[in-house]
Design a protein around this ligand. Structure first.
Ligand code: ATP
Length: 203
């Protein structure tokens, strides 16, 4: 199974791109969604988080209080490592469980912070959704009704555009109209099907 790691900065168009791949029947595995699922009430990761951060990290309904958790790991950086040690293996496990059940030539794994958290060795190729910083700011402000400074601060915490461009295997140019995406995605889809056939000539 060919595994494509899709990444890109905030508001670059990852969701818009994955929606189009999904229309072509491609399975999308979103690491952000899995990250939320592994800490739902009753999950082993939540139990471990409570052991490390105390029962008060959850609200009365046993739901993880994300704001409290964010404040703690912001104030104590080594707590972030403890949190990651709890959730990352579970996220990878869940992703692998989905992959094991697939019977398709390739899948796309959305890893927004792929460069920030270190390339995953399970990924065969990196697909980057690229756009200008100005477009990232304008589109995210419009989508989330937030200020320019807020978006700029998030962009500042992410890896820079040049680094992403340098390390990507494939690039989707999303600097233009949203309607420009379709043709690029069709072309990549064909390319990935060919690659997976080359990897598995008997399939
Ligand atoms: P995040 O990292 O915040 O989850 P994302 O990378 O998934 O964002 P999208 O949500 O796909 O980005 O796109 C951000 C916003 O910009 C959305 O409202 C989307 O509809 C819009 N958008 C995406 N591409 C274009 C484009 N080429 N032209 C105009 N608007 C666009």
């Amino acid at each position: 199974m060919l595994k494509i790691g899709l990444t890109g900065g905030i508001g670059s168009g990852k969701t818009s791109v994955t929606n189009l791949f999904a229309e072509l029947g491609v399975t999308i595995i979103d690491m952000d969604i899995l990250a939320r699922e592994v800490v739902l009430p009753g999950q082993p990761a939540l139990r471990d988080i409570k052991k490390t951060f105390g029962e008060q990290i959850c609200d009365k309904n046993d739901e993880l209080n994300r704001k409290k958790l964010r404040d703690i790991i912001f104030a104590e950086p080594d707590k972030r490592q403890q949190l990651e040690a709890i959730i990352h293996p579970r996220i990878r496990e869940q992703a692998q469980a989905v992959i094991n059940k697939l019977n398709t030539p390739y899948c796309i794994i959305v890893i927004p912070l792929l460069f920030e958290t270190g390339r995953q060795d399970t990924i065969d190729r990196i697909l980057l959704v690229d756009t200008s910083i100005e477009a990232q700011i304008q589109r995210t402000m419009a989508r989330d009704s937030i200020s320019e400074d807020y978006v700029k601060n998030i962009i500042a915490t992410q890896v820079d555009r040049q680094t992403r461009l340098k390390h990507a295997d494939d690039i989707i140019n999303n600097t233009g109209e949203i309607s420009d995406l379709k043709a690029q995605i069709k072309h990549l889809h064909k390319h990935y099907l060919e690659l997976s056939r080359k990897n598995n000539p008997n399939s």
